[in-house]
Design a protein around this ligand. Structure first.
Ligand code: SAM
Length: 292
């Protein structure tokens, strides 16, 4: 296990993933019944953007850095609010009112900040050092449970959640061969155990043919209501660098498609790095098919 999210925290892929996670949680909060957030590949929970790792790649500057430096249109401000309110609250505000960006909340801390009393968080991280940091972060927090299992096993053992409401994030590092196959298996397993739950699967876009094969495999499960949201900040490169990332979302809240129709073009404009930047929003199964 070589991957450490500290090098990538706050990058363009995190912006899309975390904005969508926050929107899903905000939607769950529309009903009073408690819910559970499950994060199978959780990372450390929060990242120091002044640390050596973040400084080495500087990826956050072209992600959350660009978003916070921008003045988005009002409809985008509303869509990003649940996400950016947490990011801003983790950071100080300078005299000019600008957010000083020093700490970036990963998915566990973002989710925790959005929970109400009675809602629960279960986060799982297999890397011993990152898992220890995650445990420290939620020490003595009765709403958060930290596990150190294999994420693919954890997914099965944690579903269905006792509340029968919630969202599951599956965000593997894609450092081993077969991760796309494992994602399809995870989707099938999650749907068998928790057919009404919202499940978000994250994947990298390097080779578009590999991504299309993944979509075909996922669609072949014949699970209804699978929405794809993708953001590419450049055209794919032949050497296989990350050109974009996608989310495959089972049972998205009914408000999410419209929010993404507005958000994705904004993210393309704001986060583009080279020619070929684009977004895609498409139903793999169920609902109507759209594309942008
Ligand atoms: N979800 C986090 C966020 O958005 O802030 C980022 C997670 S990062 C992309 C993937 C994490 O999965 C890494 O911290 C890595 O150590 C962990 N990991 C790798 N293999 C794993 C496994 N088999 N089970 C659980 N975690 C694993």
């Amino acid at each position: 296990m070589n991957y450490r999210h500290a090098y990538h925290a706050g990058n363009f892929a995190d912006v899309l993933k975390h904005a969508v996670l926050a929107l899903i949680i905000a939607h769950l909060k529309r009903k009073p019944q408690p819910f559970r957030v499950i994060d199978t590949h959780a990372g450390t929970g929060v990242y120091d953007l002044g640390a050596e790792e973040a400084g080495k790649t500087g990826e956050w500057r072209d992600g959350i850095g660009r978003i916070l430096a921008d003045t988005p249109p009002r409809d985008v401000v509303e869509i990003l609010a649940p996400y950016l309110e947490v990011v801003r609250a983790e950071n100080g505000t300078s005299e000019s009112g600008e957010a000083d960006l020093a700490r970036y909340p990963g998915s566990p801390l973002l989710a925790r900040r959005l929970l109400r009393r009675g809602d629960k968080l279960v986060v799982n991280e297999a890397h011993p050092e990152d898992g220890a940091l995650l445990k420290m972060l939620f020490k003595k927090d009765p709403a958060a449970k930290v596990l150190a299992l294999d994420g693919w096993m954890a997914l099965k053992s944690l579903l269905p959640p006792p509340e029968r409401r919630g969202v599951v994030l599956v965000d593997p590092p894609f450092e081993e061969a077969g991760e796309f196959h494992r994602l399809v298996e995870a989707l099938g397993a999650a749907h068998r155990r928790f057919a009404t739950g919202t499940v978000m699967l994250w994947y990298p876009i390097k080779d578009p043919r590999r991504v299309r094969a993944f979509h075909r495999d996922a669609a072949a499960l014949s699970i209804p209501k699978l929405l794809v949201a993708e953001l590419c900040v450049r055209a794919p490169l032949s050497e296989g660098a990350l050109a974009g990332s996608g989310l495959l979302i089972l049972n998205p809240p009914f408000t999410l498609e419209a929010a993404l129709e507005t958000l994705l073009p904004y993210l393309v404009r704001t986060l583009r790095q080279a020619p070929g930047a684009e977004s895609r929003l498409e139903w793999l199964t169920g609902e109507r098919r759209t594309s942008s």
